[in-house]
Design a protein around this ligand. Structure first.
Ligand code: C2E
Ligand code: MG
Ligand code: MG
Length: 724
């Protein structure tokens, strides 16, 4: 906009005169170029040619008229000269009317010295009296002939009749006059006239061209150059001020065009700036809460850090928080409630922080805050405590219902815990994950040890990937027994990782409790789970063939396998591939699988069940199974979590839970198996409570396949054989 001269549209007299000067100079420059351009202008040529031809046509018409008059006058003059010559040669003394009044001598003189080349003398009664010189074609025989003339084809002679009144004598003379000069005069007249005509046309045309150039072409070219400038750069058109008078049509057209161009530029800029605002909003702000998003948060953090300079005198708190079990609220109450809570959390956080703080929504239920530490907020921990306070405070009201929300908070400080935005936020996130792992609803401050723990996890993940590729994973088996009959009714396949190292044992066992969560978080559990299922099925099939074992094989399946793979297809494929009897396969799932999309989970379980495969809920009693849903799950078995069995004898609550699970299972027509059975007392308790099946160290620890086969073969089928 700045490059567009505005003076035309302002009232300032100084401006106007200054601008006028400028525009005059530019006009002069323009006119130089237009004067050359005018000869190239097709429009000018067409108009000029039309005008030129019109002038020519008009002049030709005029010439046509004036030429006749000119010739007529010339001939008349010739006639007068001829008459004078004849009259002066008439001899007044000759009175004989039958004789020519011009003597032979006079006649010869007239013929040789004047324009009269020949003549015929008639009496006033039209009687031929005498012929002199060249023959005369025109005859005088009546009064009508007086007005007649004759012109030879070559125009060299002109014949007229002089009546007696003209000659002042009673004679009539028909004379042949030399009209060659008239011919020449007419020719000269035409030549001159045409020359004048051409000069006039040229003059008019030139004047017209100049006028056209000045009043039509220049303004049009001026307008064209401005339109071109506008089309090249519509937002900032390089417009020149119009030097043309806006009183005439073209001048006002130019003014209107200029105005439209400027309006268009304004509109474009407005549209662009609103679009840019919108894009900026979309790119940098969260639409739900209106808070800055992760990108803007990191940018702002970067700005603070740069502004802080090398000395790093200012310190900033970086606080990351994640709402606990937000997914449950979303799933059970719907997204409207979830969204309202997120908006509420955003508002509370914003209100709890000083104006200078940046509060942002960095993920679905994740928020981050950065604030400069000062005397009023002197530690990152202070910020975190405020956060926890405002979240825990009043329940969030949505549709008149109160929702108590909790959050896990991770805290890091700049520059202590990192000097670049990504790193400090990552460290705050690491602290946040720690808070979540350690039971949620708490604050954790970042410590370098967390980092080490993360490093260890990453290393474990790499090693685990290696282990899967290099066959370092193995399955151990633990028997499951019928509590009434004592017979072996199943085996649970438990994953073992023997990790070779430089120790004298040659390696260490890594507990599944340690590496399964890492495998789940990374998704590596999917290929591992597939390997486990296939291996367990193959072992079951080979035991059946070689040793006639006909019991169930129980395989643990993680929630991640439900969400990140097509579990049904894989189970079906493995059954076909290994040839296991589907009814002899059981999948153990924990209640955590029901925390994801419950309807989808039920569908997957139904599809697996439809293959004939049995389903057990592992670690039952520790999770969030809703009793109303339990009915809909196509399950066959509840597996009481070992913690209840372990404590059943000395904790009445745990005993009651174990008892309840047995009752609940039976009322739903499910088998109930207890795991973690270590002692005879545990067994007795379970027998008393009517539990159906048992698994635990009392009978066998999980052992390698060969040992397991040996165990089964050596077992006499009686539970009391374990009493010793
Ligand atoms: P889980 O499925 O509940 O397995 C039972 C765990 O209890 C096993 O631990 C087993 O060794 C242990 N256990 C059995 N009887 C007793 C007992 O009498 N006393 C005590 N104290 N413990 C007993 P393990 O093998 O360390 O496995 C831990 C967990 O790792 C399993 O719990 C299961 O959730 C997971 N896991 C093991 N293998 C796999 C697998 O192949 N896939 C998946 N997704 N998870 C697996
Ligand atoms: Mg299990
Ligand atoms: Mg278990």
């Amino acid at each position: 906009m700045t490059s567009i001269p505005q003076s035309n549209y302002t009232d300032s007299a100084e401006n106007v005169s200054e601008e006028q000067k400028k525009s005059k100079i530019s006009f002069l420059k323009n006119s130089l170029s237009t004067s050359t351009q005018i000869w190239k202008s097709k429009l000018s040529w067409r108009i000029t040619l039309a005008v030129f031809l019109t002038i020519l046509a008009v002049q030709a018409a005029i010439l046509n008229i004036t030429l006749k008059e000119f010739e007529y006058n010339e001939l008349n003059t010739l006639r007068s000269i001829g008459r004078a010559a004849l009259v002066s040669s008439i001899d007044p003394k000759i009175q004989d009317l039958l004789q020519s009044p011009i003597s032979e001598t006079s006649a010869n003189r007239v013929l040789s010295t004047t324009i009269v080349n020949g003549f015929v003398v008639y009496s006033s009664q039209f009687d031929l009296i005498k012929t002199h010189g060249e023959p005369v074609i025109l005859r005088a025989s009546s009064f009508d002939d007086f007005t007649k003339t004759y012109r030879s084809n070559d125009g060299a002679s002109y014949e007229v009749v002089f009546r007696n009144t003209e000659l002042s004598r009673p004679y009539i003379i028909a004379a042949r006059l030399d009209s060659a000069k008239v011919q020449g005069a007419v020719f000269n007249y035409v030549k001159q006239t045409i020359l004048i005509m051409l000069l006039m046309s040229a003059l008019v045309t030139t004047v017209l061209m100049i006028a056209l150039g000045r009043w039509l072409l220049e303004p049009i070219l001026f307008m064209r150059s401005n339109l071109l400038a506008a089309s090249k750069n519509p937002e900032e058109p390089d417009l020149k001020d119009s030097p043309f008078n806006s009183n005439d049509e073209i001048g006002s057209a130019i003014e209107i065009a200029q105005m439209l161009i400027l309006q268009n530029a304004d509109n474009l800029k407005r549209i662009k700036s609103t679009a840019e605002d919108k894009i900026h909003k979309l790119a940098y702000y969260d639409t739900l809460t209106g808070l800055p998003n992760r990108t803007l948060f990191l940018q702002t953090l970067g700005d603070y850090m740069r502004a802080n300079g090398e000395e790093k005198t200012d310190r900033y708190a970086i606080v990351a928080l994640d709402l606990d079990h937000f997914k449950d609220i979303n799933d059970s109450m719907g997204h409207n409630v979830g969204d309202a809570i997120l908006r509420g959390v955003g508002k509370r956080l914003r209100a709890a922080m000083p104006e200078s703080a940046t509060v942002s929504r960095t993920g679905e239920d994740e928020f981050a805050i950065t604030v400069k530490l000062s005397s009023s907020i002197n530690s990152a921990r202070d910020v975190a405590d405020r956060v926890i306070d405002v979240i825990r405070g009043e329940p969030f009201k949505v549709f008149n219902e109160g929702f108590q929300v909790r959050a896990s908070v991770g805290v890091a400080t700049f520059p202590d815990d990192g000097v670049d935005p990504d790193l400090v936020l990552k460290n705050a996130d690491i602290a946040l994950n720690r808070a979540k792992e350690e039971g949620r609803d708490s604050v954790k401050e970042y410590s370098e040890e967390f980092d080490k723990a993360v490093q260890v996890r990453f290393q474990m993940l790499r090693d685990l990937r290696d282990a899967l590729e290099h066959d370092q994973l193995n399955l151990y088996y633990q028997p499951q027994l019928n509590l009434q009959t004592g017979e072996i009714i199943g085996a649970e396949a438990l994953l073992r990782w023997w990790k070779p190292d430089n120790s004298k044992e040659g390696g260490t066992f890594i507990s599944p409790a340690e590496f399964i969560p890492v495998a789940e978080q990374s998704g590596l559990i999917v290929p591992i789970g597939e390997w486990v299922l296939e291996k367990a099925c193959r072992d079951a099939v080979s035991w059946n063939k070689e040793h006639g074992f006909d019991f169930r094989m129980a395989v643990n399946v993680s929630g991640t396998q439900f969400t990140q793979s097509d579990l049904v297809a894989h189970v079906e494929k493995t059954i076909k591939m290994t040839g296991i009897n589907a009814r002899k396969l059981e999948l153990e799932v924990t209640e955590s699988v029901f925390m994801d999309d419950i309807n989808q989970t039920i569908q997957i379980l139904k599809n697996i069940h439809a293959l004939g495969v049995e389903l057990a809920i592992d670690d039952f009693g520790t999770g969030y199974s809703s009793l109303s849903y339990l009915r809909q799950f196509p399950i066959d078995r509840l597996k009481i979590d070992q913690s209840f069995i372990r404590n059943a004898l000395n904790n009445s609550d745990d005993a009651a839970i174990a008892r309840t699970i047995v009752g609940l299972g039976h009322s739903l027509n499910l088998k109930v198996i207890a795991e973690g059975v270590e002692t005879k007392d545990h067994e007795d308790f379970l027998v008393k409570e009517g539990c159906d099946e048992v698994q635990g160290f009392r009978y066998s620890r999980p052992v390698p396949a060969d040992d397991f086969v040996a165990f089964v073969k050596g077992y006499n089928g009686k539970l009391d054989s374990f009493d010793s």
